[in-house]
Design a protein around this ligand. Structure first.
Ligand code: HSE
Length: 340
């Protein structure tokens, strides 16, 4: 499978690392050969080679700060921008893993449309296109007969969407509720151990959990974006981001955290969506609530279903390999369906 990768930050590099380290295993056990043919970054260069780029050399080059460090090879193109790559490269799948713009979804949204129109499937880690124009994106995929997958956008590689859409198919899901942002859960966990908000946020950034602009995390908008994506996937339509009731963790003080602790409770940023609407709010949960035990960058989601009651999934919510794996899981799903 030939893959074009837009964005080569923590998530894109996570995917490249997995392809570098597990290539032989993926081929032997799944018959999957994932080959990155193009990489586009905003400020660190672009590369395209129709016969494939070497994942280890890509990681070396970006580790040195710029794709210009990738060695010269016959047939290598260095001057195609992301739009040209989306339109003209020979990949069967466009993976969009550049920073999320939750207002317009751009420029990623246009790359997705271009990819569909030039015969490519799309795999998203970028939440922007789904939040800003989810319905239109899904419609365009249908019209062009292409596939759109986005497991990475909610709970990284923990299969929150696949659980709901595949394993729970046949159940009616009436609500989803949980901890959907790794950065804030990490910060709250660290603050409970006495670390400052600033130090905990810096660590979350260094670990690759936080968005490029971490205000989206700490003000609750990243969790809200995930609710929009869940609503579109579970209920077939989603409210606008501005119609959600959203509050982040920035007003919580060290004293608030310690007061909850003294009362046998813990602050969690809880997000909930139903067909009627959604809310993101810091909430004090008792220590015997299963969500209280979800610590660090781990996330959790509980689906309320008609046939099974509540079904809860707990797992990694952010991070380089965890999110890189989500992309791999979508690529493997496309591979199993064939045609990419
Ligand atoms: N910034 C996000 C988080 C990354 O912290 O959960 C995963 O979407």
């Amino acid at each position: 499978m030939k893959i074009a990768l837009i964005g080569f930050g923590a998530v894109g590099q996570g995917l490249a690392e997995i392809l570098r380290d597990k290539g032989a295993e993926l081929e032997a056990y799944h018959g999957f050969r994932g080959e990155i043919v193009a990489v586009a970054t905003r400020s660190r260069g672009t590369l395209y080679h129709p016969d494939g780029l070497d994942a280890a050399l890509l990681l070396d080059a970006i580790g040195q700060g710029h794709l210009a460090h990738y060695p010269d090879v016959y047939g290598l193109t260095r001057d195609w921008d992301a739009a040209t790559i989306a339109r003209r490269c020979n990949a069967g799948v466009l993976v969009e893993a550049s920073p999320s713009n939750l207002s317009s979804g751009q420029p990623a949204l246009d790359y997705c449309y271009t990819a569909f129109e030039s015969g490519k499937d799309v795999v998203l880690a970028n939440k922007g296109p789904l939040v800003a124009a989810g319905e239109s994106l899904r419609a365009r995929a249908r019209q062009t007969g292409r596939r759109l997958l986005f497991e990475a956008t909610v709970m990284a590689g923990t299969p929150s969407l696949r659980l709901a859409l595949d394993a729970l198919a046949g159940c009616k899901i009436t609500a989803a509720r949980g901890i959907l942002n790794g950065t804030t859960n990490y910060i709250l966990t660290q603050m409970e151990s006495g670390q400052s908000y600033e130090d905990a946020l810096a660590q979350a950034q260094a670990a690759g959990y936080a968005e490029a602009d971490p205000s989206a995390d700490v003000e609750g908008w990243d969790a809200a974006a995930k609710l929009i994506i869940l609503a579109g996937a579970l209920f077939g339509s989603a409210p606008a981001l501005r119609d959600l009731d959203v509050q982040g963790i920035t007003a919580l003080t060290a004293a608030d955290i310690q007061a909850a602790r003294a009362a046998g409770e813990r602050w969690k940023l809880i997000a909930q969506i139903t067909p009627e609407g959604g809310v993101v709010r810091p909430t004090r949960v008792p220590l015997n609530d299963p969500l209280a035990a979800v610590s660090g960058a781990t996330n959790a989601i509980t689906y309320t279903t008609d046939l099974l009651g509540e079904v809860t999934l707990v797992g990694a919510g952010a991070g380089r390999l965890s999110t890189g794996f989500a992309l791999l899981s979508d690529l493997l799903a496309l591979h199993r369906q064939g045609g990419a």
